[in-house]
Design a protein. Sequence first.
Length: 564
Amino acid sequence: MDTSHGIAKSLTGIEGFDELTLGGLPTGRPTLVCGSAGCGKTLFATTFLVHGARDYDEPGVFVTFEERPDDIAANVASLGFDVEGLIAADKISMEHIAINPSEVAEIGDFDLEGLFLRLELAIDAIGAKRVVLDTIESLFSAFTNQAVLRAEIRRLFDWLKDKGMTTVITAERGDGSLTRQGLEEYVSDCVILLDHRVHNQISTRRMRIVKYRGTAHGTNEYPFLIDRDGFSVLPVSSLGLNHKVFEDRIASGVPDLDAMLVGGGFHRGSSILISGVAGSGKSSLSASFVYAAAERGERSIYFSFEESQEQIVRNMRSIGMDLEPFIKGSLVRFISARPTFYSLEMHLAIMLREVQKFDPRVVVLDPISAFMESGDRLEVQAMLLRMVDFLKNRGVTAVFTHLMHSQDGNVETDAGLSSLMDGWVLMLNRESGGEFNRELYLLKARGTQHSNQVREFVMSKNGIDLLPPYLGETGALTGSARRFEEARARRTEVERAGEVERRRKQVEARRRKAMAQIEALKAELDADEAELTAAATAEVEYQRQSAVDAADMEASRRGGGNRD
């Protein structure tokens, strides 16, 4: 029992409903669950009773006025509810009260004294805290006097409140009112309306809390599911802008794409839109996010709305991504369903529930454009906006693919989701030289700088590569045009290199010739210098010798005169 939000509340054990109502149903008060046939009233009441007896130590009494107890127990056994075991353990008491209006008419006046006695005995026998009455129309069909009927309805509700029973009363939808009698909704403290509608041959179950005395509550409609996991409600309309923000990056599985973002990769918890024409590689790129997450040891869910799991696994194996071991290792889970199989909100409810159960770090929706056939633009946008908010609140990196039907320059998405996304990758097929080639554009990446270059998107058995841009005279070139231009550039480079080598050799020959001429001139100069040096030396020797000879002659002359 929860009293943290005002009035005391009792948990129902219904997934999503207790969170939506901040604690469950009002304790000790009657709750009316109304709706048309087949909307899930009895299952709601049974789930409330079983969880109370099994999980919250609150035994309960189930009073049925139509179905037999054995039939009810058999109906819910497939959901894992062992009603017979709880009956044997005195946790649940089943009472079947069959009222035949014709017999009552023979007896005369009719009131609820007998019901009160049986209820009191059953409650006291097991110490019940919860009561279910299913359905009340059968009980009141015996009343012919409307004044008496309304008085007995009030008396029944007051009696249950005086006993302190947390009660669920089911009722059929009336014409112009929530119930056939039109009074139960006013005397109940809580009124829940279940609806089962069909639109465009697609079935949808929705729930609305019409009234809840003593506490605030949402008034929106919420989708709910009835399947092998029982009755579950997802309050998707209550999501807000309180997203988690992460600084760390995650790898996309394509290193070249991660390198286009400064810091490497997208921020964790980002919502990434991959849009493009058919065959441009959207599914392959989104699968690379899943493959990279599995290699990190993180879990992923791949919601596919066009291909089966086996087909996707086979296709990805051809480009070097074998997802089969990760599927067997419970790191990757595929959920495939046609968009027209459920309504939009039912698809959303299923996806949110699967995310809650599997708790992945990466989620792929491929493609979101498939939902355009299931609803109008605003409905699809509202559904996907809720999905984006839900995943952001959980810190899950989401990858959405979107099929474009043309690439004439208008890149707006059908669902108008580009403004909601943190990252946007555009993929196109370009015709050039008689062939189509894939191109990738990173149009948007919130919170990080990124390259604005066009990259050629190439898939091979070794994985996905983004080739650096090659700019020709007419723009970025891809495919054969790129290879032809690269070959032409290589040939031009070879020719230029050959011309440079020829000119180098020519200059080298001229240099050697010039050096030889210089050496010859130097040899001549050295010879002239040697001859000049020899002449200068001879001149010096001549001058010296002349001086000696002159001195000897002078001396000879002096000596010869004295002798005479």
